[in-house]
Unconditional design. Structure first.
Ligand SMILES: [Zn+2]
Ligand SMILES: [Zn+2]
Length: 401
């Protein structure tokens, strides 16, 4: 990657970062208005029509050339802003998720993430005259289910990026993150319906197969490694109590910190589905989709983000021992990536909860949204203004240090 090495005087860098902070403050109402509109109008994975439209409209209003849809996903957005100093490098990706959780709304706070990504894009547009290369804003659907970013990776929307930045709301402040490999799997059982009182022996009970599968998974948990997870819900379990169900569907997720062990879990899950089908005389199928990977944190970018975070008065803590999963893991194996988390509520507040959802549109959540917009933009600015930092991130990524 040819980057002519230039030395930026410290006061010039500080001046640019002050302009970024001022730009976020000047757009406070626009950023928080967007956050609250998305929060009040939650849309689940792959259905974020209004959120993606709103996000696209705001970045377009700040000079970005916007494509919507971008690639195959109808709710993916790409906005490109060319820097005023010309050239095509570096290309820094700023990401925004905006999917909500069915039945819970924005219990993961993606409204705050979306607004902070847009806020960072607005702030970088305000210092466009100082930037070489391109800012690439990506609205990324379907983080909660289906690994939307993998579709976007396959569609080439991350091609040529030098770094990818975002922020995720949390109950703690930390920049490095550990992620479990994760995959969605539907267990689909097919039986034969019959009258549950007059002809039950004529039926083949698909719900029984699903219940057996839950039992098997419960027993399997005792033998699972401590860092592995499997959990699920019933999606379809029959239509009436007096009909033997001819179809039952469970939706599960399997997770592990170890990619090889994750593969073994796949095989075992398939066996459990087959065993439940055999025991009940039904058919059973495990349909896997949307895998997400473990996270390769780029520590060069982590350090840059932490410096800017401290500059905003926030002291980052150690990585969270509570493990989740994200399709950002998939991105992190392709391009230098970080997944910083900043608190919008008190430590100990569970994610995916009503309390967390309320925090995502609270005054504290709003302040965090603005801090995140500032720090994401300032870290991008560091990368735009210091080619040595981009090179260091790539050297680390390739294991050359
Ligand atoms: Zn999330
Ligand atoms: Zn979530």
């Amino acid at each position: 990657m040819p980057h002519p090495l230039t030395v930026i005087p410290a006061e010039q860098l500080a001046d640019g970062k002050a302009r970024i902070a001022a730009a976020v403050e000047a757009s406070r109402d626009e950023i928080l208005g967007l956050s609250h509109r998305i929060h009040a109008d939650p849309e689940p994975a792959f259905e974020e029509e209004r959120a993606s439209e709103r996000v696209g409209e705001v970045v377009a209003a700040h000079g970005y050339a916007v494509e919507r849809p971008a690639g195959r996903l109808s709710t993916a957005v790409r906005g490109i802003l060319r820097g005023g100093r010309g050239g095509s490098r570096p290309r820094i990706g700023i990401l925004a998720e905006y999917d909500a959780l069915p039945g819970l709304g924005h219990g993961c706070g993606h409204n705050s993430m979306a607004a902070s990504g847009v806020g960072a894009a607005i702030a970088l547009a305000a210092v466009r005259d100082e930037l070489p290369g391109e800012v690439v804003f990506l609205g990324t659907p379907a983080e909660e289910r289906g690994s939307g970013k993998q579709f976007m990776l396959d569609d080439g929307l991350f091609d040529g990026l030098d770094a990818v930045l975002l922020y995720h709301p949390s109950d703690k402040d930390h920049v490095e993150i550990r992620l479990l490999a994760s995959e969605d799997v539907d267990a689909i059982f097919g039986g034969r319906s019959s009258h549950a009182a007059s002809d039950p022996w004529m039926g083949r009970n698909a719900l029984d197969a699903l219940l057996l599968l839950f039992q098997s998974i419960g027993l399997w948990r005792q033998q699972l490694r401590p860092d592995a997870r499997v959990h699920g819900i019933v999606v379809e379990g029959g239509t009436a109590a007096n009909i033997i169900p001819d179809r039952a569907v469970g939706r599960f997720m399997i997770r592990s910190t170890d990619q090889a062990y994750f593969g073994e879990m796949h095989d075992r899950f398939r066996d459990l589905v087959a065993a439940a089908a055999l025991a009940t005389g039904t058919t059973g199928e495990a349909v896997f989709s949307g895998s997400s990977s473990t996270m390769k944190n780029n520590m060069t970018l982590v350090a840059a983000f932490e410096r800017n975070l401290r500059g905003c008065g926030v002291e980052p803590g150690p990585p969270d021992p509570n493990l989740g999963s994200s399709d950002m893991g998939n991105v992190s194996w392709v391009v230098p990536t970080i997944h910083p988390c900043l608190a919008i509520c008190d430590a100990g507040t569970p994610g995916h909860s009503i309390e967390f959802r309320e925090a995502a549109a609270s005054p504290r959540g709003d302040e965090t949204t603005l801090i995140a917009a500032t720090v994401v933009a300032q870290t991008a600015y560091d990368l735009f203004r210091d080619p040595a930092l981009v090179d260091a991130a790539w050297r680390e990524f390739r294991g050359e240090d």
